[in-house]
Design a protein around this ligand. Sequence first.
Ligand code: AMP
Ligand code: MG
Length: 413
Amino acid sequence: MISVEEALTKILSAVRVLNNEEKPLLDCLGQVLAEDVYSPFDVPPHDNSAMDGYAVQAKTIKGASLVKPRVLRVIGEVAAGRIGNITVEPGTAVRIMTGAFIPEGADVVVPFEDTDEVERNQNGLSKDEIGIRTGLADGCNIRRKGEDVSSGELVLRKGKLLHPADIGLLASLGRSSLSVIRRPVVGILATGDEVVELSQPIQEGKIYNSNSYSLAAQVISYGGVPRLLGVAPDDVEQLTSSIRIGLECDILVTSGGVSLGDYDVVKQVLAAEGKVDFWTVRMKPGKPLAFGTFKRTDGKQIPHLGLPGNPVSSMITFEVFARPAIFKMMGRNDWARQNITAIMEDSVRNNDGRRIFARVVVSKRDGQYFAHVTGPQGSGILTSMARANGLAIVPENTAEVKPGDSVEVMMLD
Ligand code: AMP
Ligand code: MG
């Protein structure tokens, strides 16, 4: 048996970061930037107002207050997006809107709330004057030119995973397209004579192909592009031709046909078509696992991950092994999860020294996480996976986790 870490290291060493593609800005969300991005200009491009109010000179309003307002002459108004050619002088004010450029001469913006504008309107007084009811320090309520980004600055580095704020930042620099690392196309092939496609009527002894759908959903949620290759029966010839179609993808994931004593066509096909290792991994569920590389006719090596057929095993081995591989292909290096520590509310026994991933529901009470098992833990019981929001990790050398013990939980959402 090999450890989970050993298996993951081998898989990751056979997986390469994909090439770049140029895409429209919004399509790049969740992908890794493949270029350094410098700003061609200052953001904001000019000093502008952070408030709706009056642009004035700080020295003019020094000592102004509610009881002793300083009355200034209003010489104009600037709206956002307009460049006024007015100059503010001592004793004058310009009515200004948020985002509008600060007129020449002004060094402070007094918000409407600190003026008598409302009362003037109510009493029908002249709008040619404004009473300022506060003094303000030089620069107050002004956003400075370049305070967000200065011209020529390195704004985002190559290798950055793009979040919504990055997309907005890039838009503020006028970038409508970007170079990012491509998303991997993940071929998904189910195997088994008993497995039928969803479009088929179900007959005695058959089951629907759930694995391809849970795996494809996992691929999508981790940023890959699934390509469903259907179900191949336990037949060398048909499996071989399905696998060859799968080699058009960046990585091929199969489910089923890898367990010991199974009708092991996947093994036969793999051994004939490429280089493959069959592992028994020290984990539960998900002990049997195949990993290899296929050589395409063009010489390209395509990694293949052969997951066990049991629906829960295939999902958990995907979480543990395929998710990091997808992240690596996308140029991400953050596949290690931020696990939490929770108090177990049930007991989990570990009979054979493997690492158990127990399906649990984690909740928070009084600032502390608690985890309870989602019911029967058979590796075919998909409802217990659907109910879980985390996988509690029982280490190889722990014979039993009892209620009240602390465990590490890998959160699934
Ligand atoms: P295997 O690893 O091929 O021996 O399959 C183990 C178990 O998983 C068997 O009970 C299969 O019927 C079930 N199984 C295999 N493939 C699928 C699939 N695509 N969808 C749902 N169950 C499957
Ligand atoms: Mg099978």
